[in-house]
Design a protein around this ligand. Structure first.
Ligand SMILES: Cc1cc2nc3c(=O)[nH]c(=O)nc-3n(C[C@H](O)[C@H](O)[C@H](O)COP(=O)(O)O)c2cc1C
Length: 529
């Protein structure tokens, strides 16, 4: 933001102190602060600025008369000036004897009519502002200065020619079978009922099918964790089909958080990861390359060669857990919420988790991430009692959409989710993470761009920063590069008559070497912003 206009009136100086603190914050944030009492301001001030911070005291549940006078002076001219003013963000500071917000309603309403967008929670002080109040004003100023340029506020307006925007008759979401679909219904059903649409939530066991349907535009949304989303973008494994590779997918909201880890039987001589030695028997699942990758990352952590391990292959995830319990293998990767693990924990002696404590051993964790950059490490918080509080693999599931999904649909949906979080959060144990806080934490690390509709909400909530904007654009650019490369490589395969299918070794080889030859960076999360 370049120029932030302060418009205020203050009889005793209370509001003025708040305004001056916020102006300091604006300057700290690298923008210009233009501070005007309403009695000295002219209407051009609103035209020649990029954002506005308003301030008034509460007088008989209304704004100060001298504050309101500014708008009264220009009569109907305001509506003529709407175009000149454009779309800009604004925020409030208020000083009041007992309560704040009622006094801003009239001017707030006018600001909305003038196309201003209110972006941050109002800072309210009771009478003379305290040090904390002034800190909050300073913070408000800094956040306003760091907001992306005002021009971006124009892109989300609902289509005007076709009349008022309406929810489509059906919102279509495809999620993983089981918990993914359950969670989607838990937030989607009340939303659909409230806004007058119908939620169609279909599910499939295979994440690649979910992505394929969103890619083809048959569904608006799907959900995904880092591993399968990056596999899809890089067209790894079963994603390497003609209709299964990269497409411009964007982050829409946080759906849930999850955790997983490595476990041994309660009586195992392996007490922690450092007891893993050459000859240790690992229950592996060749059908799931992601779990093998995590195990190799674990071996890198403890500096054991994968060739020195006794890999015991299994056909299903349940088999791997049962083979540990039967003593045929020493440990396996497991999900603490799964039925087999719940059963395993009930057996005499129970189970124990091998902690991946990144704080105690940051060097080991670094070696882990060199092999598997996709998995986050953290303290487990959900699942069987034995895992709670132990370090494992933790991650966020996002709601995702194609970049071309109607931005206004995304905007309305995420606004509903944000505003109704209190109402939905107890409808499923996973939904307590379906909030702005979890979302923003993940956005600071994700390789996904932010959908335009979500971007609008993040701006209004005051959490959209230049750093997020830059990251999101860089993420989109890498995904575009993958999309173009995947298409070009398919064209080459077509010319040579090589079938583009994930079970065609020639095609897989061709795509893998194409990525290497063209030095396309791998899709991986970031440490932060
Ligand atoms: C005449 C008068 C009426 C007021 N009415 C209200 C009111 O209705 N509600 C309230 O919360 N505070 C009320 N206040 C308290 C003021 O909002 C408070 O003193 C505020 O700090 C004034 O800000 P200013 O000195 O920066 O203008 C009133 C104060 C005065 C002098």
């Amino acid at each position: 933001m370049q120029r932030v206009l302060f418009l205020y009136y203050s009889h005793s100086g209370h509001t003025e102190k708040m305004i001056l603190a916020a102006a300091e914050g604006v300057r700290e944030g690298g923008a210009e602060a233009i501070v005007k009492k309403t009695t000295d301001a002219v209407r051009e001030n609103l035209v020649n600025c990029d954002a506005v911070i308003l301030g008034t005291g509460n007088y008989f549940q209304k704004e100060a008369g001298m504050f309101r006078d500014y708008w009264d002076r220009y009569d109907y001219d305001w509506l003529k000036m709407k175009k000149e003013i454009g779309i800009k963000p604004y925020a409030w500071v208020v000083s009041a004897g007992v309560g704040g917000d009622g006094c801003i309603a009239t001017v707030d309403n006018l600001m909305k009519q003038l196309n201003f967008r209110r972006v941050f929670p109002t800072v309210v002080a009771f009478e003379d502002p305290t040090g904390d109040d002034l800190d909050n004003c300073r913070k408000l100023g800094r956040r306003m200065a760091e907001l992306a340029p005002a021009a971006d506020y124009t892109d989300i307006d609902p289509p005007k020619k076709s009349g008022r925007w309406k929810w489509p008759p059906k919102v279509r979401l495809m999620a993983w079978k089981g918990i993914g679909a359950e969670v989607a219904h838990a937030w989607g059903d009340p939303m659909a009922q409230d806004v007058g649409t119908k939620l169609v939530a279909t599910s499939d066991e295979n994440a690649s099918i979910c992505f394929k349907n969103v890619r083809a535009g048959r569904f608006h949304f799907t959900t995904g964790a880092r591993v399968e989303t990056s596999q899809m973008l890089m067209a790894d494994g079963e994603y390497a089909d003609r209709d299964g590779g990269p497409f411009p997918v964007c982050a829409v909201w946080a759906q849930s958080r999850n955790n997983a880890g490595f476990f041994v039987r309660g009586d195992s001589p392996i007490k922690d990861i450092y007891d893993i030695k050459p000859g240790t028997r690992i229950a592996s699942l060749p059908g799931n390359p992601a779990s093998r990758n995590m195990m190799e990352a674990l071996l890198a952590w403890v500096k054991v060669n994968a060739e020195d391990i006794k890999w015991v292959e299994h056909k299903s995830y349940a088999d791997t857990v049962q083979s540990v319990m039967a003593g045929r293998t020493d440990f396996a990767f497991a999900m603490p919420l799964s039925k087999v693990v719940i059963e395993a924990e009930k057996q005499p002696g129970g189970i124990r988790w091998l902690e991946l404590d990144a704080e105690k051993d940051p060097e080991g964790a670094r070696r882990f991430h060199e092999v598997d950059p996709l998995e986050g490490l953290g303290v487990m918080f959900t699942g069987v009692a034995s895992c709670l509080g132990k370090w494992g693999i933790v991650g966020t599931h996002l709601v995702l959409a194609h970049r071309d999904t109607d931005k206004y649909l995304v905007y309305r949906m995420v606004r509903w989710l944000h505003q109704n979080f209190e109402q939905i959060k107890d409808r499923h144990s996973k939904l307590k993470w379906a909030n702005l806080e979890t979302l923003v934490a993940e956005l600071k690390q994700t390789f996904l761009p932010v959908h335009e509709g979500l971007r609008q909400l993040l701006k209004e909530e005051g959490v959209w920063t230049n750093a997020l904007e830059e990251r999101s654009e860089a993420n989109a650019a890498l995904i575009d590069r993958y999309c173009e490369a995947y298409q070009e490589c398919q064209d080459m395969a077509d010319e040579k008559g090589i079938p583009v299918r994930h079970d065609s070794p020639e095609w897989v080889e061709m795509w893998e070497s194409y990525k290497k030859e063209h030095s396309i960076p791998i899709v991986r999360p970031f440490e932060g912003l």
